[in-house]
Design a protein around this ligand. Structure first.
Ligand code: SF4
Length: 103
């Protein structure tokens, strides 16, 4: 059973954890390094025109992070969070093979 004292102790910790998770996923999150192992595996590039078209046949001209369903930045943002690369920001002009057309 949780006492009132436990509850008072837990609530600020939960709030701090939520704040920390939002901060690491927000505008001050580090930019994704294309050399990051997960980024490299998915062929992430900060400039979509530099995508490895031979290796990633699903790339098509005009595809970039800004028009990807996974991109969580606002229209016009140079960088923004991506659902695939949690805690990092991707370039709105970037691309990776997990690109899905924004609905
Ligand atoms: Fe960019 Fe979409 Fe790949 Fe994320 S999943 S890096 S937004 S192309």
């Amino acid at each position: 059973m949780t006492s009132r004292r436990d509850f008072i102790r837990i609530v600020p910790l939960a709030g701090a954890a939520l704040l920390a998770s939002r901060t690491s996923f927000g505008a001050d999150a580090p930019k994704l390094d294309p050399k990051d192992p997960q980024a490299a595996a998915l062929g992430y590039v900060a400039d979509a025109t530099k995508a490895d078209k031979a290796k990633f046949a699903n790339y098509a001209a005009g595809h970039d992070c800004a028009n990807c369903h996974q991109f969580q930045g606002k229209a016009g943002d140079a960088f923004g969070p991506c659902l695939i690369f949690g805690g990092k920001q991707v370039s709105s002009h970037g691309w990776c093979s997990a690109w899905v057309k924004k609905a």
